[in-house]
Design a protein around this ligand. Structure first.
Ligand code: SAH
Ligand code: SF4
Ligand code: F3S
Length: 473
């Protein structure tokens, strides 16, 4: 556990804290005059990596003296963008138009665009030319510099652009704000080295970097001391955690250490790449009292031929064997997946292989995506791009298959009593609470909001398909 990662940059953190102090003094002065705190609003697109990054951004802004607001009519609006599929980009452009109008009515409003989309030159060019009212552009590697970028912007009156192609730096111990008091996402690694041929993530998130195990454990101990009972370990491929540390450590070993942290009752992780899921990890999952009974195991396609072109490094058969091994070790595990339809060259036979896997595995649920061409990835220039009407028709068939598969597994815990983490007051009916089962399904039951954040026994009285109605035991 004494890994020393030379790339953890303490000097940088100290420098950023000094700038935060300076800005805070400035904002405090303004507050004395106006009696009003400046507000910020973050719109987060994309995956849990981005949600976690937005918490870090919040941490920096609160340290400076900003207050969060839930409307875009704020003094500082940030879009933390995603670029994994084309429609993710389009959503951002659509909303930027509206934001420009809002800015005209709101003197002094600042707008920043950050996240994965900004790691792409073409997107940045478009913002520079078509959305000139944007004040700050930064990327995925330099979030820790936000205070510095803001200071530059306040002093210069020009668009500030700071983009790093890649980084080997990890800046620890910056301020951050967590969305929930009882559960937290914890990055264990950044970036991705897999270069699946359709995927933009390795280009916009850089090479794989694992955090030191001790830094991770310290963070989780601190979270536990603050009342957090559930952690979600985050990485694009958590199963390859630790390979590049000075003292290499496997993901399974890391999990064993996290299991020992008192106060943490539940451990989740995301995402598992099938090619790196080890027997040791399956053992840890089997023995653990804390790892949740849910595994997200993206297959992408059931066709071994396509999997090879996708550069996924497993076959249909090896994936199915892996599923069998996991089910044998953890019989009540819930399995979910990601599937892409219409990858270049996908034939009806390839697609039927995907349907076959869905039937054989019996997923509890799945995220299904229409293939989206990402410029710069190998698949974008491949022959045989599938016609949209064909892809759409396959997509609909796949969806029906997934629905049938989830319907089969739905309700299997009806009339049992399960441990539930109480997460919130039900949005539709305030007399109900909503809690999450270990297998990630939700249950709604009558109860008092003082139970939020606690793990309690709930009887699952009635299955409603994708959720349960229950009562406290
Ligand atoms: N690291 C994770 C995935 C992160 S991206 C993994 O390897 O499983 C989340 C999902 O988006 C992917 O699993 C894939 O199904 C989908 N995706 C990625 N690129 C895509 C593209 N170009 N078109 C459609 N879906 C894509
Ligand atoms: Fe993309 Fe593949 Fe990396 Fe996942 S493992 S982020 S799909 S390149
Ligand atoms: Fe999107 Fe970036 Fe996540 S591209 S899916 S937000 S890593």
């Amino acid at each position: 556990m004494d890994n020393k990662n030379t790339n953890v940059n303490e000097a940088e953190a100290a420098k950023q804290y000094a700038i935060m102090e300076e800005l805070k003094a400035l904002f405090d002065q303004e507050y004395q005059k106006t009696g009003k705190r400046k507000t910020y609003h973050i719109e987060t697109f994309g995956c849990q990596m981005n949600s976690r990054d937005s918490e870090k951004i919040s941490g920096i802004l609160k340290q400076i003296g900003y207050e969060e607001t839930d409307t875009e009519d704020a003094d500082f609006v940030l879009y933390n963008t995603c670029t994994v599929r084309e429609n993710a980009n389009n959503r951002v452009y659509g909303r930027l138009g509206y934001l420009g109008k809002l800015k005209k009515k709101h003197p002094g409003m600042l707008i920043a665009i950050c996240g994965c989309m900004m790691q792409e030159a073409a997107a940045v060019e478009k913002i520079k030319t078509s959305y000139r009212f944007v004040d700050i552009i930064f990327g995925t590697h330099n979030i820790f510099k936000l205070a510095e970028l803001l200071k530059t912007r306040l002093e210069s009156d020009r668009m500030v652009i700071d983009l790093w192609k890649n980084t080997d730096m990890i800046v620890e111990n910056l301020p951050n704000i967590r969305k929930y008091s009882f559960k937290a996402g914890v990055n264990i690694m950044f970036g991705c080295n897999n270069f699946c041929s359709y995927c933009i993530v390795p280009y916009v998130r850089g090479r794989e970097r694992s955090r030191n195990p001790q830094d991770i454990i310290d963070e989780i101990k601190k979270l536990a001391a603050d009342g957090v009972v559930e952690v979600m370990l985050l990485g694009q491929n958590v199963n390859s955690y630790g390979k590049n540390l000075d003292n290499p450590m496997t993901f399974a070993e890391l999990l064993r250490e996290i299991e020992k942290v008192d106060g943490i009752e539940r451990i989740r992780f995301m995402t598992s790449h099938p090619k790196d899921l080890s027997d040791d990890l399956i053992n840890v999952m089997k023995e653990s009292k804390k790892i949740c009974k849910h595994l997200h195991l993206p297959i992408q396609s059931g066709s071994t031929r396509l999997l090879q072109i996708m550069n996924r490094k497993y076959t249909k058969e090896s994936y199915l064997e892996l599923v069998d091994k996991i089910r044998a070790a953890v019989p009540d595990i819930s399995l979910t997946t990601d599937i892409i339809v219409g990858f270049p060259g996908e034939t009806e036979e390839d697609f039927l292989e995907t349907i076959d896997v869905v039937r054989k595995v019996g997923y509890d649920s799945a995220f299904t995506f229409l293939y989206s061409k990402r410029t710069g990835t190998p698949a974008a220039t491949m022959d045989g791009q599938v016609e949209e009407s064909v892809a759409m028709e396959r997509f609909d068939r796949l969806l029906k298959e997934i629905q049938a598969s989830s319907a089969k597994s739905a309700g299997k815990d009806e009339h049992t009593v399960q441990k539930v983490l109480v997460e919130e007051v039900n949005e539709q009916d305030p007399t109900l609470l909503t809690g999450r089962l270990s297998n990630n399904l939700l249950v709604h039951f009558p109860g008092d909001k003082s139970l939020i954040g606690k793990i309690i026994d709930v009887s699952l009285d009635e299955s409603k398909g994708f959720y349960y109605m229950g009562s406290i035991r």
